[in-house]
Design a protein around this ligand. Structure first.
Ligand code: ATP
Length: 365
């Protein structure tokens, strides 16, 4: 952090609706920092993504990585386009590379159902749902993603990896988060999601979880197979507080969580490492609605709020934490007064932005 509580923020808008949700997000961050005061954000625009790959043959230039690595936080829109792929057919996903380059081991995916927004869950107990899914983001089934083999057009093989070091730091992160949440009135429980009944790697993962749980006796610990967890997330998600899981399971379950929140446009995320962090919506580039003005920027705004809270915690700066909370509250109040396209309404990116700015201007509730 530079002098006078100035934070440098790397801004990577990316492709499709990425830039469409990033532009209003910067406007909103500008507004919230002016209102709260006590810190400043300096944005540094950087290039990466599928369109950049199409133009230059490089989806994530070294210069982008270097400059992003010198900033205090990284804000990312969305990257990848279905028609632009590497020669072997894989999609362009520099956001996955960034997780590996910066060791962003904990993918934090809050699942919250706000008072005024629709959810596919009919049960009243779902109203006010507030859980957090933590997805390991550097290994698991994604570890071998560049080494998959297809032999003689007959057999496809992939490999995956779970390490003690990554699992220990992941579980410690989950317990620390559950402890902070417990102080705010949540249950104080961590559920490890695995498939320990079938795979040795997951039996190993669960054993490490139980070892780490013993180091955090103030927090309840339990384990659950991924298939059962998927069912419970639909039937009774309120039984969970913090869930922690492997990379691919987390990828799938976080979209399930976004579904519970009503749609991809609602779900924020943070990929956190020991030194760096990337904040981005869970959604992809949504090529089907790009350019129509229908993208819901909520997930982007809530990711930015998570960034402010993380910066505040990391640098012990109350103003930044307060700005993060104020932004999240303004988004929640705005949503109660809107019906986005995603929810079958007619409020697009501009309307959501305008309403959030209006709520911010009214000051804290
Ligand atoms: P990826 O593989 O990169 O995660 P994806 O193909 O799974 O991407 P998304 O791009 O997230 O998918 O889109 C999934 C669906 O959700 C699409 O119908 C898309 O229009 C919708 N969607 C995604 N983001 C938003 C948003 N911010 N607002 C409204 N709808 C969205």
């Amino acid at each position: 952090m530079a002098a006078n509580s100035e934070f440098a923020v790397a801004v990577l808008p990316g492709d499709g609706i990425g830039p469409e949700v990033m532009t209003p997000c910067l406007e909103i961050l500008q507004a919230v920092q002016e209102q709260v005061g006590g810190f400043r954000l300096r944005f540094e625009q950087l290039e990466a993504g599928a369109d950049l790959y199409r133009r230059t043959g490089d989806a994530l230039p070294e210069e982008t990585v270097e400059r992003a690595g010198e900033t205090d936080a990284i804000l990312l829109g969305a990257m990848g386009l279905p028609g632009i792929r590497y020669p072997d057919g894989r999609e362009i996903a520099p956001q996955v590379d960034l997780r590996e380059i910066f060791g962003l081991f904990a993918g934090v995916r809050p699942v919250r159902i706000f008072a005024g927004t629709p959810t596919p869950l009919a049960d009243e107990r779902a109203r006010g749902l507030d859980l957090v899914l933590i997805r390991e983001s550097t290994e698991g089934m994604f570890a071998g993603r560049n080494d998959g083999r297809i032999s003689d057009d007959a057999v496809a093989e992939e490999s995956w990896r779970i390490t003690r070091a990554a699992s220990e730091r992941l579980f410690d992160f989950a317990f620390a988060l559950a402890r902070r949440r417990k102080a705010e009135g949540h249950e104080g429980k961590v559920t490890c999601v695995d498939k320990a009944n079938v795979f040795r790697a997951f039996a190993f993962f669960r054993r490490i979880f139980e070892e780490r749980a013993a180091q955090h006796p103030d927090i309840e610990a339990e384990s659950c197979h991924v298939d059962a967890a998927a069912m419970m997330l639909v039937k009774q998600p309120w039984v969970f507080d913090v869930l922690v899981t492997e990379n691919m399971f987390g990828d799938i379950l976080s979209d399930l969580g976004a579904g519970l929140m009503g749609g991809m446009g609602m779900a924020p995320s943070a990929d956190i490492g020991s030194e760096r962090a990337v904040f981005q919506p869970c959604h992809g580039t949504a090529p089907d609605i790009a350019g129509t003005g229908k993208a819901n920027p909520t997930a982007m705004f809530l990711s930015a709020a998570m960034m402010l809270e993380w910066l505040g915690e990391r640098h012990d700066l109350a103003a930044s934490r307060q700005a993060g909370r104020r932004l999240a509250c303004a988004v929640e109040s705005a949503l109660a007064r809107l019906r986005t396209y995603e929810f079958g309404g007619r409020d697009g990116t501009d309307e959501v932005t305008r309403k959030v700015l209006e709520q911010l201007a009214q000051g804290p509730d």
